[in-house]
Write a protein that binds this ligand. Sequence first.
Ligand SMILES: CCCNc1ncnc2c1ncn2[C@@H]1O[C@H](/C=C/CNC(=O)c2cc(-c3ccc(F)cc3)cc(O)c2O)[C@@H](O)[C@H]1O
Ligand SMILES: [Mg+2]
Length: 214
Amino acid sequence: TQTTRPQRMLAAVQKSATRGDPRSVVKAIDQFCRQKEWAMNVGDEKGCILDSVVTEVNPATVLELGTYCAYSTVRIASLLPPDAKLITLEFNPHNAAIARQVIAWAGLGDKIQLVEGPSGDWIPKMKEKFGIETFDLVFLDHWKDRYLPDTKLMEECGLLRKGSVLLADNVICPGTPDYLEYIRNSPRYKSQYFRSHLEYTKVEDGLEKSVFLG
Ligand SMILES: CCCNc1ncnc2c1ncn2[C@@H]1O[C@H](/C=C/CNC(=O)c2cc(-c3ccc(F)cc3)cc(O)c2O)[C@@H](O)[C@H]1O
Ligand SMILES: [Mg+2]
C-alpha cells in the first residue's frame, strides 16, 4: 500500500539520523526534502533565522502552532535551556503520530509536549491543563488564515506578557496578509521582517518577528 510523505520523511530520519542527536534529525529531513521530496518544513535557510531568534529569546516556555512532522519542533527544542518546555499543537492524527516518532528519535520527549487537537480549543486551556502562565516565544506555522484569530485568542487568554515574541512563518508565501496588516499596525507590537526564501526553493518568503509590548 502507498505510504504518505510524512511516513517517508520519518523513514529518512530513522535511516540517516543518529538517535538522540536532534541536529542530525534536522539535517536528515533537510536532505530528504532537497534530494527526494519537497515538504512544508520551515527548512534550513529560514531555520537559521529561527535558531537566532530562539537563541536570543532563550525562552523558558514555547508554543508552536502546527507541528506537521516536528522539524521546527526539534530544531527549536534542541536550542532550549535545560528546564524549558515546548508545547506543540497538531490536529491531524496521522501527522501527530509521525511527529511523536521524530521527536522520540531526536531524544527530546522530555522537553516537548505534543498536544493533539485544534489550536482554538487548546489555547484557552493552556493555564489550567499545563500550568502555563505566559509564553516567552510562539512559533506560528499552521493554516495561514488562522494566524490572526489565534493571535487575538492568545491576547484574550492572557498568554502573552510584555516581551513575548511571536515568530510567524510564510508571511509572504503562501502569505498571511490579514495577520501582517494587524501585527504591523498594532501599537501593542514591535515587528521586524526577516527576508528569506520558501523552504528548499528560490521563491521569496520570510519570517515576521513581533514583540508584544503589553
Ligand atoms: C483548526 C485549524 C487551525 N488550528 C490548528 N491546530 C493544530 N494544528 C493545525 C491547525 N491548523 C493546521 N494545523 C496543522 O499544521 C500543519 C499545517 C501547516 C500549514 N502550512 C502550510 O500550509 C505551508 C505551506 C507552504 C507552501 C508554500 C508554497 C506552496 F506552493 C505550497 C505550500 C509552505 C509552508 O512553510 C507552510 O507552513 C498540518 O500538520 C496541520 O494538520
Ligand atoms: Mg511554514
